[in-house]
Design a protein around this ligand. Structure first.
Ligand SMILES: [Zn+2]
Length: 180
């Protein structure tokens, strides 16, 4: 953290931010720690269990996340809806929000985050179908640049039955509140 703190101090100084007041003398260190937190994926393991005959869609909705866009290193925040149709196994339910966090806490773009969630779920669970819908507000678009405060970006990724079957996909999108 020493090198990151020094670099943060250099950046703030270059930007004309005073880091020598009582309030800001530890700002470079706090800034370095905050950025490290946002850009370091937490440890993650997928725990799965036998499906035991359950064959319907499992939907985990309104999963909150914070990520940082890799173009501006500014946060984007929102919610993810993740669904799958079990084949042989189901996943421990808390692992779905953990998977979202694992994909979010790194320099990201929303499109890639969406497909990463799908691909990791496919790799570890091999279900019959996957649907992922991510809805986020990007501060690089709301706090700067075009200043489109409140504009949300929606991205989706599908696999298997949710990719092929229109009715199943429509059911997922209704659950995810895609129309709202
Ligand atoms: Zn950006």
């Amino acid at each position: 953290m020493v090198a990151a703190t020094r670099a943060a101090a250099d950046l703030l100084t270059a930007l004309g931010v005073d880091t020598h007041t009582e309030d800001t003398e530890r700002t470079p260190e706090r800034m370095a720690r905050a950025l490290a937190d946002l850009t370091t994926p937490p440890p993650f393991t997928m725990t799965t269990f036998p499906a035991q005959g359950y064959q319907e869609m499992v939907v985990v909705n309104q999963i909150p996340f914070t990520s940082v866009c890799e173009h501006h290193l500014l946060p984007f925040q929102g919610t993810a809806c993740v669904a799958y149709i079990p084949a042989e196994r189901v996943v421990g339910l808390s692992k779905i929000p953990r998977l979202v966090e694992f994909c979010a806490r790194r320099p990201q773009v929303q499109e890639r985050m969406t497909t990463q969630i799908r691909d990791l779920l496919a790799q570890h669970l091999a279900p019959d179908g996957i649907g992922v819908l991510v809805r986020a507000e990007h501060t690089c678009m709301s706090a700067r640049g075009v200043r489109a405060l409140g504009a949300t970006t929606v991205t989706r990724a599908f696999q298997g039955q949710l990719d092929n079957d229109h009715l199943t996909r429509a059911e997922f999108l209704a659950q995810a509140g895609a129309g709202s």
